[in-house]
Design a protein around this ligand. Structure first.
Ligand code: GRF
Length: 191
């Protein structure tokens, strides 16, 4: 007997191009059941809403320095929507150990480098400065350390001689859009 697709929430802060790829890549293994953002103006929210996907904005500013209170509101929304797996997709807030612990083994992230190389920001400039011949992206489980959790999948792209951080970022982003839906589907199928 086949089971219903795993209910996934995608957390975004900005453009949400990976979120769009995840929505379009849904199928038997998973369905995007919620798009949540810490920025009400994130363009991805309107895109998802137009497609009938529930969306929620939970801005962090009203919570001031109380990160855990902001995360408690996020956690409540995830549970209200019967979410089983969380996919971070350009969510630009560092999570506290509290939320990470609540979703341990059920929260994925995509990072634009071949981890463990270049955790954090500015990955493409750092890859170019190091003279790397290839770059890429990583889907990993979220753990307490930033960009440190167990690696699930990676995709590689070549670095070209005339690359700038922008041209390399665009090539890696295309690879992200292929990798993340595949990785998420494989992960959900294995739950
Ligand atoms: C992607 O490069 C992702 O790897 C990183 O943030 C970027 C988000 O882009 N974590 P988008 O919002 O999915 O277009």
């Amino acid at each position: 007997m086949s089971r219903p697709p795993v209910r996934v929430a995608v957390l975004i802060s900005g453009t949400g191009s990976n979120m769009r790829a995840l929505v379009e890549g849904g199928g038997d293994a998973y369905a995007v059941a919620l798009v949540l953002s810490n920025r009400a103006e994130a363009p991805g929210l309107a895109w998802a809403s137009e497609r009938g996907i529930p969306t929620i904005a939970i801005p962090h500013a009203p919570y001031g320095k109380d990160r855990q209170a902001h995360e408690a509101a996020i956690d409540e929304a995830l549970r209200d929507h019967d979410i089983q797996v969380v996919a971070l997709a350009g969510y630009m807030r560092v999570l506290t150990p509290w939320l990470v612990g609540r979703w341990s083994g059920r929260m994925l992230n995509i990072h634009p480098s071949l981890l463990p190389k270049y955790p954090g920001l500015d990955t493409h400039r750092r890859a170019l400065e190091a003279g790397d011949a290839e770059a890429g992206c990583t889907v990993h489980l979220v753990s307490e350390g930033v960009d440190e959790g167990p690696i699930l999948n990676q995709a590689r792209v070549p670095v070209m001689a005339d690359d700038t951080p922008e041209t390399l970022a665009a090539r890696v982003l295309e690879a992200e859009h292929r990798l993340y839906p595949q990785a998420l589907a494989a992960f959900c199928a294995g739950l």
